[in-house]
Design a binder for this molecule. Sequence first.
Ligand SMILES: [Zn+2]
Length: 277
Amino acid sequence: MSYIAISSGHFGPGTGARDIIDEVTEARKVVDRVSYLLRNAGITVHKIVDNQSKTQSQNLNYLIAQHNAKKRDLDVSIHFNASGKRTDLPIGTEVLYRSDSMRAFAAKVSQSIAAASGLKNRGAKKRAELAFLRGTNKPAILIEVCFVNSTEDVRIYRAKFNDICEAIAKECVEFVAPNLSKGKIDLEQIEKAVQNTLPSIQQNASKTIFTSPALKERLKAILNDQKMIEAIVQKGINERAIHMNWAAKLQTGTLTSADLLGLSALIVEHQIKSMKK
Ligand SMILES: [Zn+2]
């Protein structure tokens, strides 16, 4: 199981940067959406929002204490930036880090947000003095999504809100649970898919799947065996039972467990049909 603590910066609307948009209001929206996406990906999320502080120093102490009290593999803080006067020029997104070991990850998150949205990529910035980065005691990043005083940044942010949140969530999942994001998902995903979208194959069978715990365990073992998954997909491609694109999906980490079961059925079906010929 993987864990992430995520908070929005500052302590109430109006206490952060404010121009075309309000930093705190928007940071809370991003935290909500990213938390939702992380939970969907199977991550345990501790969402932290400060509704009690009266000053910025109380707020920093509160956020740091809340983060440090949680079981987590990664601390994420969501902010929006400001650079003075309002401008029509794009400024962009950046991700702050303190420990050098977090530099590459910070750069990857910034790059990913930029690629998903069209925001300019300002990249990773080392900010050793920031209280949040200094005070939290797990790997940490602070994301400055974009600049509240840039009309272009705000336009992109509004248009690409969900893409930005998905990019953040995807990178965080990759960081805390690289195997999960490679498609080796859990069986719950399959059970949900069966219950919600697939027909029952027998009249007397309930759609709730796995009538045999032993079968479920065997399947679990296969889904956790990356070599076997690769071998199954390769076999399907070699036998022309499935399209080559599935290998690319596996490589990019977008093949799901439900996909793999579907592909397995196609491979067996193909074998049976070619034997009949
Ligand atoms: Zn801020």
